[in-house]
Design a protein around this ligand. Structure first.
Ligand code: 16G
Length: 262
């Protein structure tokens, strides 16, 4: 962990980005320094006084910029020891060829998981849920929304919908949804996943403890029983800085040579 007072961070004159209030200019400058790697996760930020002197702004301006960065999860303050660039959580690799649960994925890596409940209850289904889950008229939907964490680090937000016939009481889900489904013979055996890149809105960023606008991977998983019936439709938002999705690709059975036949 480096003390940055005399480091690269302070080489040469400080040129703040233009536009907006001074504290936001300073905030952007610190963010740029982090993004460019001039300061790294775990590095200590210079003291408020040193920063104010170097950048030639008031200590109040520094305090406001730092406070915002702490609120955005970019910096962390530790009582008595100072302000640091927030540590980067360990990246996690998830295979795209195996149908596993979040709990199993993490257990394989020796990581303990826990969930914080965001919502669970029985609802009238949305038109989308009715179609995807193939619900009959009048059938309710069981929704469970969880923040999934390892230790204190949030990794993903998961919002799952299942038919209320399969899960009549969402309160019975304790740690693993798939474990529960397995017990009733309803564990999915295949799934279709759609993954797209997105930027986090303020509320989801807050839950995942990253700055609003940070990159995320948004995944929709539709899971099927052997009978072909859809058992689960889940929308997940994974932190872009923690997940690598890995797929094994194989050459097709009949590779095309590109040459046209006579
Ligand atoms: C995974 C699945 C999610 C499933 C959950 C069950 C993705 C993108 N999503 O996170 O659809 O509901 O596992 O996990 O992989 P659990 O058994 O630990 O509750």
């Amino acid at each position: 962990m480096a003390d940055l007072t005399n480091s690269l961070f302070f080489e040469g004159p400080v040129v703040l980005p233009t536009g907006g209030p001074l504290y936001l200019q300073l905030k952007r400058w610190i963010e740029d320094a982090i993004n460019k790697g001039a300061i790294s996760p775990g590095d200590a930020l210079p003291s408020e006084r040193d920063l104010a002197l170097k950048v030639d702004v008031s200590r109040v301006t520094v305090r406001k910029a730092v406070l915002q960065l702490v609120q955005d999860g970019v910096l962390v303050q530790r009582h008595g020891s100072g302000t640091f660039v927030a540590p980067q959580p360990q990246r996690v690799e998830q295979s795209l060829s195996q149908l596993t649960s979040f709990t199993e994925d993490m257990a394989r890596r020796g990581m303990a998981v826990r969930s914080e409940w965001l919502d669970r209850g029985l609802y009238l289904p949305s038109p989308e849920e009715t179609v995807i889950l193939g619900l009959s008229p009048g059938e309710h939907v069981s929704r469970i929304a969880r923040l999934r964490l390892t230790g204190d680090t949030p990794l993903a937000i998961e919002r799952a919908s299942l038919s209320a016939r399969v899960l009549p009481d969402p309160a019975v889900v304790s740690d693993s949804l798939y474990k529960l489904l397995e017990r009733s013979g309803n564990r999915p055996i295949r799934a279709i996943q759609r993954i797209r890149a997105a930027n986090l809105g303020a509320d989801d960023a807050d839950l995942l403890q990253v700055a609003p606008g940070s990159a995320s991977l948004n995944i929709e998983r539709t899971s099927y029983l052997a009978s072909g019936r859809v058992i689960e439709f889940t929308r997940s938002i994974y932190r872009g800085d923690t997940y690598d999705f890995v797929a094994e690709l194989r050459i097709g059975d009949t590779p095309s040579t590109g040459a046209s036949k006579p």
